[in-house]
Ligand binder design. Structure first.
Ligand code: F6R
Length: 258
């Protein structure tokens, strides 16, 4: 895994956005996997800045959300479909019809999950997947003990995840209990993974994911299996890494220096 430690969230946003911009320049109709949550907001804002400045054209890309809550009323402002519309589709001026999110309101959730997988496959697979990490090590909503080869399916959110996400809702009880999430096997099929982690609350999960054993107890540790995975961290999120000096040295001496 490439581990990149940067001074703060702004630098993380800039460097991680560069990865996405490179993927889009290589392939203007790139398929981009989109995480919600606070971690990638700076990255999305940086891409939006580049689009507004005419430095980047993302009009040809297609997007797939990582996950969605089950059971929120249609149009709920905290549904991930709504969040992606506000934070990605509108600022990047994407055609909403090109961005797909698992249907957490479907009557048949198993069929909705299978349909979402088929849609990714029909698009040719995900070129670059943006990821955050939960304080419990989840990626997407693959909570600890998720199968390392899981596909898009219904999951029950861990109490820790519901507590962490309560900040987005009027009350903790409003946070849904279930979700649809891309599986760890689905995520591993993306051609490139870009994980963003910010803040001290993520430091233990980041250390377990990067330097711990490959284990379903830390679902993000599956990134160790991926040939092109990058973790973009601020100093606080990197605080528990034992080899931090090595990662800094590697980044400082990277070929090409960009
Ligand atoms: C969101 C997602 C989650 C978040 C994670 C971190 O689509 O899949 O895995 O990335 O919970 O959330 P933040 O970034 O809000 O700390």
């Amino acid at each position: 895994m490439e581990v990149v430690i940067l001074p703060g969230p702004d630098e993380v946003a800039r460097v991680a956005a560069r990865r996405i911009a490179e993927a889009v320049r290589r392939r203007p109709d790139a398929v981009v996997g989109l995480a919600t949550g606070s971690s990638p907001l700076g990255l999305y804002a940086e891409l939006a800045r580049q689009v507004a400045a005419g430095e980047l054209d993302v009009s040809g890309i297609r997007g797939f959300g990582l996950d969605e809550y089950v059971g929120l009323p249609p149009g709920h402002p905290q549904s991930y479909a709504s969040v992606l519309r506000r934070t990605v589709v509108q600022p990047l001026r994407l055609d909403p019809a090109r961005v797909h999110v698992p249907d957490g309101g479907a009557a048949e959730l198993v069929a909705a999950a299978a349909g979402f997988e088929r849609r990714i496959e029909a698009a040719g697979g995900i070129d670059v997947q943006i990821l955050g990490i939960g304080a419990n090590g989840h990626i997407g909503f693959n909570e600890p003990t998720s199968s390392l080869s899981s596909r898009t399916r219904v999951k029950t959110l861990a109490p820790r995840t519901r507590a962490d996400n309560a900040r987005f809702f009027a009350s903790p009880e409003e946070v849904p209990v279930h979700c649809l999430t891309q599986g760890l096997g689905t995520i591993l099929e993306a051609r490139e993974l870009v994980l963003v982690a910010l803040g001290r609350a993520k430091a233990d999960a980041v250390a377990a994911a990067v330097e711990g054993p490959l284990s379903s107890m830390c679902p993000a540790s599956v990134l160790q299996l991926h040939p092109r995975a990058g973790a973009y961290l601020d100093e606080a999120a990197a605080a528990r890494l034992r080899l931090a000096d090595y990662y800094r040295h590697t980044w400082a001496h990277r070929p090409g220096g960009s």
